[in-house]
Design a protein around this ligand. Sequence first.
Ligand code: PEP
Ligand code: MN
Length: 338
Amino acid sequence: MIIVLKPEATKKEIKHVEDKIRELGLKPMLSVGKERTIIGVIGEEDKARLQPFEAYPGVESVVQIQKPYKFVSREFKKENSVIKIAPGVEVGGNKIIIMAGPCTVENRERLFNIAKGVKKSGAKVLRGGAFKPRTSPYAFQGLRDKGMKFLFEAKEEAGLPIVTEIMDPRDLPLFLKYADVIQIGARNMQNFELLKEVGKTKKPILLKRGMANTIKDFLLSAEYIQSEGNNNIMLCERGIRTFEDATRFTLDISAVPVIKKLSHLPVVIDPSHCSGIWDYVAPLSKAAIAVGADALLIEVHDEPEKALCDGPQALKLNKFDTLMKEMRLIAGAVGRSI
Ligand code: PEP
Ligand code: MN
């Protein structure tokens, strides 16, 4: 349920509604939008339905949201959400943000080299995993704490905010200290306890879609984060499992317009993990810009043949530079910029 307030509602009137919601054992969530200010009601809504909130001073109307997810839905918020990552770096506005970097942090020198390279080409965020979710327990698991420090140093060196993946809520203090954006990977999209923990923070979250999850599941996972109070969420389509085996996963390109219709949250495309092959990364990135993605997450490496993880899908720095130029043209054609 959402309670829509009158434009002229006073602070006292708003507080009165919030207090009543709390008295019912529910949680109010105030959202001040450009078009309207609303209060979302979190908890068992049946309790709230019996209250004549429509009659409260300052209240314009009460709307029952039909979708299973509420706070992430367009019904809750009409205008697009814009997520602030760093000064001048926002996802969800007119500018398309390119996030790029290696799959995993390998050592300081390589990370610095890649960070400076992608920055020079126009990337606005550096990606890199320090904690890696590997299918095999014998595969390289990431540099962990040391990798987080290298990322932080690369951020200072290149002047790029960083996005990196968390797997365990016990590492949250480390992520709050070093990361600008916390990534929840495809394999953890339904790790509900992890979602709740990051939901209690205000850090921007890049939530990746699970490879076997529907868009409805995806939005419900985002709802776990937002219902805890964190509305800084970006939704990343990274390919789903289908019968097709020519690519690692199948990029669900229609997820972009579908999610944009259902939700106010910005949508990110990862053209690297869905294809698994560097040669397909450029065409898929261009398609992502054309279809309306707000940001891209691209794997780039200075020597992909030596990469410890996901080398076959990494773009070389010069190829990434060419792609940036091509993407700028397409962004311009759809009325956006990079
Ligand atoms: C990643 O981005 O490093 C990653 C592991 O991706 P995904 O969770 O989409 O597989
Ligand atoms: Mn990877």
